[in-house]
Every structure is written in structure tokens, then in C-alpha cells.
Design a protein around this ligand. Structure first.
Ligand SMILES: [Zn+2]
Length: 101
């Protein structure tokens, strides 16, 4: 048997995000992942549920692009973050619909 996992949506990355973690920045800082919340029901979503990848940028930054299905309500959540490790580690959510935390 050598089939891909069934049920995947076309165009969605199927690489586990955990394959890209921990991410090592140029300055030695390490990003181990994060715990996200479902956009629909605020249920917890762990890194092990996510598919996606980390794309390094110059200047101790990277872009994290991931998605996950909420186990509680089935909502497909997208996570686009700019991570900055120059000094304090900071994560800025990109492309959010302008909702405050
Ligand atoms: Zn949910």
C-alpha cells in the first residue's frame, strides 16, 4: 500500500507542520510551535493537527502558513503568521479579518 492519505482537499498542503518544527532562526532562536484556537468555536488546535510549512525570511523572520480542521466543529482554520525572532519572539497574524483578540 502506497496511497496518500484519503480525504485531502485539492490544493491543500499535506505536509505536517511539525515537519518544519522546531524552526531555527539565524540568530539561534528556536520556534517550537504554538497552540491555536478555532476561528469558529475557539476550541484548541494543536500543532500536530496542522498541515503547512515555515518559510524563512532574512532578518530572523519567517512566515508560517498552516491550516487545520477543528476536531470540535470541523471548521477549516487558516493560520498565516509572521514570526520575528529579532529580540523578543513575536508572532503577527497575517490576513486576519481584523478581529481583535
Ligand atoms: Zn471549531
Amino acid at each position: 500500500m502506497n496511497t496518500e492519505a484519503s480525504g485531502q482537499t485539492e490544493g491543500m498542503p499535506t505536509t505536517p507542520l511539525s515537519d518544519s518544527l522546531p524552526h531555527h532562526f539565524d540568530n539561534g532562536a528556536i520556534f517550537h510551535g504554538f497552540t491555536a484556537q478555532c476561528d469558529a468555536c475557539a476550541g484548541p488546535i494543536g500543532v500536530d493537527q496542522m498541515t503547512g510549512s515555515v518559510h524563512p525570511l532574512p532578518g530572523n523572520r519567517c512566515i508560517l502558513i498552516a491550516q487545520a480542521y477543528c476536531l470540535r466543529c470541523g471548521h477549516l482554520c487558516h493560520y498565516h503568521y509572521l514570526l520575528e525572532a529579532d529580540g523578543e519572539m513575536a508572532a503577527t497574524r497575517l490576513g486576519s479579518p481584523g478581529r481583535a483578540n
